[in-house]
Design a protein around this ligand. Structure first.
Ligand code: NAD
Length: 257
């Protein structure tokens, strides 16, 4: 019997937090990794960077041309990209009347236009293979809003539209598309917010966690990145071929209220 080629996964924002955990989990599960980020991966990623099944491409996803280049480099290295995980993102907190237009455009570029462009560029290969999995890392802020996060929340709501539309187009081609919508996950993105909010509100970091971040969390604790990667791995399996167009809350009960 012919040996099956391992599948290749493209993960954006792979240098930190959820992306780094995704990289580690997919590596342990035997996938080939095409990782990209504006920053070099940090020490959290514990697999040998010299491993020939791992390729890192440094790129700024705010630059539209980067998306095509990342996919071209991945195909040149591995021959195919089977799974795309649109994960890169960042937060900016400001009231709408003083929200910087430049930051607005960058947020839409990184968290909505780049996922669209990467989807567009991996699509022909997935269509040819009759198999593909696309996971868009949304947020609980893809479903509900909070004040002072207009750029982030608009981009993350848009990502659900991208997910649903491409799921409909991908269904007949063997390509599934799903979004994951987490509440607060223990990553540098959130740790920075804790510090900033403690300063703004004049309260301790512990009070920011319990009284602000976990106010609507009935489970009472931050989410660990491994909880996200576990669901993503399931959605990328053969058995998940009928799961598409959905947005999966990991929200500690937030939206049940
Ligand atoms: P993180 O800050 O730890 O990681 C985000 C990564 O994206 C970083 O490595 C960063 O360098 C990269 N990135 C940012 N801008 C980029 C750009 N222009 N080009 C290329 N790479 C860029 O944050 P995280 O918490 O791991 O977030 C990952 C994803 O999960 C984001 O899309 C975020 O919105 C989403 N999310 C996070 C939480 C949370 O509580 N941490 C909750 C819901 C959704």
């Amino acid at each position: 019997m012919q040996k099956q080629q391992p599948k290749t996964v493209l993960i954006t924002g792979a240098a930190s937090g959820i992306g780094a955990e995704l990289a580690k989990s997919f590596f342990e599960a035997g996938y080939q990794l095409l990782l990209t980020d504006i920053n070099e991966p940090d020490s959290q990623i514990d697999f040998p960077s010299s491993d020939k099944s791992v390729c890192f491409v440094g790129a700024d996803l705010a630059e539209e041309s980067s998306c095509k280049e990342i996919v071209e480099q991945g195909i040149a290295r591995f021959g195919t990209i089977d799974i795309l995980i649109n994960n890169a993102g960042f937060q900016h907190v400001s009231p709408v009347e003083s929200f910087s237009e430049q930051i607005w455009h960058k947020m839409i570029a990184v968290m909505l236009t780049a996922p669209f462009l990467l989807t567009k560029h991996v699509w022909p290969g997935m269509k040819q293979n009759g198999w593909g999995r696309i996971i868009n890392i949304g947020s609980i802020h893809s479903k509900v809003a909070s004040p002072n996060k207009v750029g982030y929340i608009s981009a993350k709501h848009g990502l659900i539209g991208l997910t649903k539309t491409t799921a409909l187009e991908g269904g007949p081609l063997g390509i599934t598309v799903n979004a994951i919508c987490p509440a607060y996950v223990r990553t540098p993105l959130v740790e920075n917010q804790i510090e900033a909010q403690a300063e703004t509100l004049g309260i301790s970091k512990q009070d920011v966690i319990s009284d602000v971040l976990l106010k609507s969390a009935v489970t009472g604790s931050l989410i660990e990145p491994s909880e996200i990667s576990s669901l993503v791995l399931d959605l990328c399996s053969e058995n998940a071929k009928s799961v598409t167009g959905a947005s999966w809350n990991i929200d500690c009960g937030w939206t049940a209220q």
